[in-house]
Design a protein around this ligand. Sequence first.
Ligand code: PEP
Length: 259
Amino acid sequence: MFRTLLMRKKIVAANWKMNLNASQARELLTSLKEKAFSLKSHQEVIVAPPFPFIPAALEQIGSIENYFVAAQNCSDKEKGAYTGEVSTAMLGSIGVSHIITGHSERREYYGETNGVVAAKVNRILAEQLTPIFCCGESLETREAGDANAFVGSQLNECLFHLDENSMQKVVIAYEPIWAIGTGKTASSEQAQEMHAHIRAAIAEKYGNTVADSISILYGGSVKGSNAAELFGQQDVDGALVGGASLDADDFSKIIGALS
Ligand code: PEP
């Protein structure tokens, strides 16, 4: 039987955001460990706790096969007098493998522009880590019919300066702002349509081989109950999960929907 040689990674990533205290984090990690899946070689689970809980996450789930620990943010600077910042080198040196960047909450509440996000992408790649690059439009932009152009410009300004080799290392998360934390999930057709648009934009710039190799995750109110339908779409390669990732049972259902 014919099998494609290149299998895109299918990924479920947890973004805990600024939630939990140390004992709650330990409890959640223990549950994730107890419920750990035996993943296929092309499947990954990535957990992004707040910075203080990263060492515990590495200890509890970092050695499970195909489970990875991510950071939710990093500095755009290499090192030096930047009080309160955390560098990619620090994160890499403790075993973090992925870093989320371009999240709409950082863009909205901390004024991160496409230029800052591009600098963070560069720093993450320079440290041989994987950026989970988030993009997505507001409801206003979608209703104005400008969603494709808006996401296209985010790709252009944050990623399309990369060479082909670096581009292939990026994971993309399409997260429509109107679906984040609102309980409103994009329909699977809406998600597929935007994912196909993102893949086509990558193909236009880098060619089909690169475009076909990049995992594009969907983010925005993904739950155990809607994950399978989203993952059934041709260009949806998994999910970046906020709220539901704080519930080990629901998060496990989402992981289970990968298979
Ligand atoms: C997120 O913030 O990355 C996210 C997808 O959140 P939620 O799942 O809560 O909508």
